[in-house]
Design a protein around this ligand. Structure first.
Ligand code: AMP
Ligand code: ZN
Length: 467
């Protein structure tokens, strides 16, 4: 597998510390609001990475945090806590907000076929460990107290800016956003490990610590959770490119100073989803959620398909027109596949050839667009029989996650007529605002393993496949 490594600024062969075992960490969501489809682009690409690694023979252990404390409105430790703001706005407690949006996040992931990482840990569940790390950092003279807060002194490191390659534009986030700096810091770039004398009076969640009652900074949670769940040596760490600085830069600083050795060898970053030349973000007010997509009549997997057609290191410009044409192509693909009936004997050399091509695309810095081309080539190839084609499609879909086989549009399914009748009845109920009855039909079918998907072209159904 060859991947672009942000740490070395080039495409490199991916070689984990232990052959065939990959320890993978993903920065999870800040659960103060619904995830937008920009956030979810990052999670889709990370999901593809995990599945591609597994497909090409690795055993992957993956962990992810849930940020429910400490992430301020500016990534450079100023502004106010995003969770607290949301709780005040929605008149709920921080923990209620966190629980609600965490559930919503995983529901969105499910709709996009994003697998849940093996280990998930909330920032608030590991406070004792952050305290232990911070104590050690103070002892080793990497951290200091000032104005009641504990800071990391970035001048103690030889190459604090290695991840950004000293790119000046990336290093001045705080300055660019015009936020005021804490005068108590030794250096402008120093970052907070623990807030005690907080200027945020209404900070709801606080913990006792040797440094005073307070709460952890955002960056320390990923260092803590990663080390706790995956150990002292990490193979690959993922996130969106806006995480490179300061978040990931600070994670490296803390982790390696605490551990006393190199921590993570590969850094995988996903480019942004843009809307009209601006990054999709809540603060810019240009967000679209999975619920919005559903309300607009789109199948969420059409968005996954759209992401797979572009490279993870290229900006993806979102427009509804682009999504519409992705959906058309996706539904056309599903239709084509649904026409294939299982016949013929297994042709193993054809299977291996195409499978090899598919893997070669994935190993080429996760070239998902080329992997899709291999799929189209399979469909076009008259030299292989339907049985082998279906085997290949089913196999590729382990990585692509597009429900390629389980979506039915035609009359091949044995209960097709009956299902279509129920879909019609449900549509009538919905038209007459009888939502309980409509949901009843959905639930009845779900209990039989048949899931309904509402698209602009009408409702289709898919059969849940058991692996
Ligand atoms: P957050 O919930 O703000 O911590 O962000 C969750 C993930 O989404 C992080 O990995 C971010 O880097 C990523 N992200 C944020 N905005 C975008 C965007 N417009 N496009 C792609 N990824 C994004
Ligand atoms: Zn993180």
């Amino acid at each position: 597998m060859y991947l672009y490594n942000t740490l070395t600024h080039k495409v490199e062969e991916f070689l984990p510390n232990t052959p065939e075992v990959v320890k993978m960490y993903t920065c999870g969501p800040t659960v103060y609001h619904y995830a937008h489809i920009g956030n979810l682009r990052s999670y889709i690409c990370e999901d593809i990475l995990e599945k591609a690694l597994k497909y090409t023979g690795y055993y992957v252990q993956r962990a992810m945090n849930i940020t429910d404390v400490g992430h301020l409105t500016s990534d450079s430790d100023s502004g106010t806590d995003k969770m607290v703001n949301s709780a005040i706005q929605e008149k709920k407690s921080v923990l209620e907000i966190a629980a609600y949006y965490t559930e919503a996040f995983f529901k969105d992931c499910e709709a996009l076929n994003i697998r849940k990482p093996d280990m998930i840990s909330k920032a608030t569940d590991n406070i004792d460990f952050y305290i232990e790390i911070i104590k050690e950092l103070i002892k080793k003279d990497y951290a200091y107290e000032s104005n009641g807060n504990i800071y990391f002194d970035i001048t103690k490191l030889e190459d604090y800016y290695q991840l950004t390659n000293h790119n000046i534009d990336d290093m001045v986030v705080g300055v660019r956003e015009g936020v005021e700096e804490d005068s108590g810091k030794r250096n402008q770039g120093d970052f907070v490990l623990w807030f005690t004398k907080s200027k945020f009076q209404d900070q709801e969640l606080k913990w006792d610590s040797p440094f005073g009652v307070g709460y952890p900074g955002w960056h320390i949670e990923c260092t803590g959770i990663s080390i706790k769940t995956l150990g002292e040596y990490l193979d690959i760490h993922c996130g969106g490119i806006d995480n490179i600085f300061p978040h990931h830069t600070n994670e490296i600083a803390q982790s390696e100073s605490y551990l006393g050795h190199k921590w993570c060898n590969y850094w995988f970053h996903v480019q942004h989803l843009n809307v009209k030349d601006a990054k999709m973000s809540k603060s810019k007010g240009n967000i679209i959620t999975v619920n919005t997509l559903k309300e607009e009549g789109f199948n969420p997997l059409s968005y996954r398909f759209m992401c797979l057609n572009s490279h993870y290191r290229k900006i993806l410009d979102f427009t509804y027109e682009a999504l519409k044409s992705s959906e058309n192509a996706y539904l056309k693909l599903l239709n084509k596949i649904s026409m294939i009936s299982e016949e013929g004997d297994f042709q193993d050399s054809a299977f291996n050839d195409y499978n090899e091509k598919f893997m070669t695309s994935l190993k080429d810095d996760l070239n998902t667009a080329n992997a899709l081309t291999v799929l189209y080539d399979v469909l076009k190839d008259d030299g292989i029989n339907n049985y082998t084609k279906l085997k290949l499609i089913r196999s590729f879909d382990k990585v692509l996650g597009l429900n390629l086989i389980s979506e039915y549009h035609d009359s091949e399914h044995p209960q097709h007529e009956e299902i279509m009748e129920l879909i019609k009845k449900r549509a009538e109920y919905k038209e007459n605002h009888k939502y309980t009855e409509a949901d009843g039909i959905r639930d009845e079918l779900a209990a039989r393993g048949i899931e309904l998907v509402d698209t602009r072209e009408g409702t289709i159904y898919k059969i849940r496949e058991v692996d």
